[in-house]
Design a protein around this ligand. Structure first.
Ligand code: NAD
Ligand code: WQD
Length: 339
């Protein structure tokens, strides 16, 4: 048993909640901080139900340093996993300052708190969005940061630079995982992605359309230079992604790297078009989806998928789930929350 304590910010969100389960399954002790701005307390109950473990939860806004310090003063942690952030690309274009304040402000407070408490290991949620529109495919970790397509993307580029500087300056070990497109849900059907309001991402829009909450799915463009004209992405099952965090935490704990800051792509290395995802969903779940092709969505790129060689080799991790597993588990979750 790995008797290590992990502080998970944003641990009640979509990726955080799945990661807490895998951490607990691997013997880690987990505490969560979240302000519930994009999640609700039922996901805490679900994590506890799935794992049978009681979790320490702090309802704290991470932009409030005093409160973080007050609540966590007497706690000790081996590793911090920092998930908490706002993630709506569309909203970030409307309210860029809100995204800078929340995402960069929270990160700075976390770094300050880690320094204060002498916590030396950080795992950060980055995104394939840092690559912008890549020059060549698949994207490796060496690919440069192109122009960010949104203020949200910009917060991830800035966050990575801040963590890189901080880690080298204070000799702290940090890892950023650059997630590609996380989809799917826990096999129990008890936790999954539950967007507040109208979904922005493809798979939640598909499941909400299939169950009748939405009339029709809009497919944003079919004139891209891809296999069928619709954009191609690297969809990764949420449980595979959660397990990449376990692998990265283990690397941080047994650190052998000479570099204070490391980054890893977390994707399957395979690209699927929008129409392929829709068709897989229909075939696997035997339900129809009403969709129509509309114009392009601003800021979308035509194609991106990962080279995951480095994470496979260095983290000793590999994705195990197929696109069929992804659409099947998403549908099970959607049916469960709409019963
Ligand atoms: P999510 O919205 O489901 O989870 C984020 C959690 O952070 C939520 O529970 C929210 O309440 C909390 N939070 C936000 N601001 C906070 C604050 N100031 N104080 C305390 N809690 C706060 O999102 P997710 O999909 O689980 O994403 C987790 C992380 O992964 C984010 O950093 C996101 O940018 C990143 N990411 C997500 C995706 C994706 O497609 N889901 C892809 C790449 C990277
Ligand atoms: C996937 C594809 C859409 C909705 C976003 C962020 C990225 C990362 C992951 C956080 C695209 C198409 C979608 C719909 C559609 N998040 N689509 N109809 O844009 O690849 O990535 O989430 O870091 O930073 O930008 O994901 O799920 O929104 O879209 O046709 O109603 O589905 O055009 O081609 P995206 P997505």
């Amino acid at each position: 048993k790995l008797d290590k304590k992990i502080l998970v910010t944003g641990g009640l969100g979509y990726i955080g909640s799945h990661t807490c389960i895998e951490l607990i399954n691997n013997g880690f002790n987990v505490s969560i901080i979240d302000n519930l701005v994009n999640s609700d307390i039922t996901s805490l109950k679900s994590i506890e139900k799935i794992t049978g473990v009681k979790i320490t939860f702090y309802r704290v806004d991470l932009t409030d340093y005093k409160k973080i310090k007050n609540k966590l003063e007497n706690e000790n942690f081996d590793v911090v996993i920092h998930f908490a952030a706002l993630k709506s690309v569309r909203e970030s274009i409307k309210f860029p300052e809100k995204y800078m304040d929340n995402n960069i402000g929270s990160l700075k407070n976390i770094l300050k708190f880690m320094k204060y408490k002498n916590i030396k290991k950080l795992l950060f949620s980055s995104s394939c969005t840092v690559y912008g529109k890549p020059d060549s495919l698949p994207v490796t970790e060496e690919s440069i940061f192109k122009k960010p397509e949104s203020p949200y993307a910009e917060t991830k580029q800035i966050s990575e630079k801040l963590i890189d500087e901080f880690s080298n300056k204070f000799k702290q070990n940090s890892i950023s995982l650059r997630y590609f497109n996380p989809v799917g849900a826990h096999h129990s059907g008890l936790i999954g992605e539950k967007p507040k309001g109208k979904p922005e991402n493809l798979v939640p829009y598909i499941t909400e359309t299939a169950i009748g909450l939405r009339k029709s799915l809009s497919v944003f463009g079919s004139d891209y230079k891809t296999k069928d004209g619709t954009p191609v992405r690297d969809y990764i099952h949420i449980v595979d992604l959660a397990n990449a965090h376990v692998a990265a935490v283990i690397r941080l704990i047994n650190y052998k790297s000479k570099k204070y800051y490391e980054v890893f792509n977390i994707g399957t290395g395979k690209g699927h078009s929008v129409l392929e995802v829709i068709n897989a969903f229909k075939k696997v779940n035997k339900v129809d989806i009403n969709y129509k092709i509309v114009g392009r969505r601003k800021g979308d790129i035509d194609i991106i998928f990962s080279d995951n060689t480095l994470s496979r080799k260095t983290l000793n991790w590999k994705p195990k789930k197929t696109i069929e597993d992804m659409v099947e588990s998403s549908w099970r979750w959607q049916k469960n929350i709409n019963r």
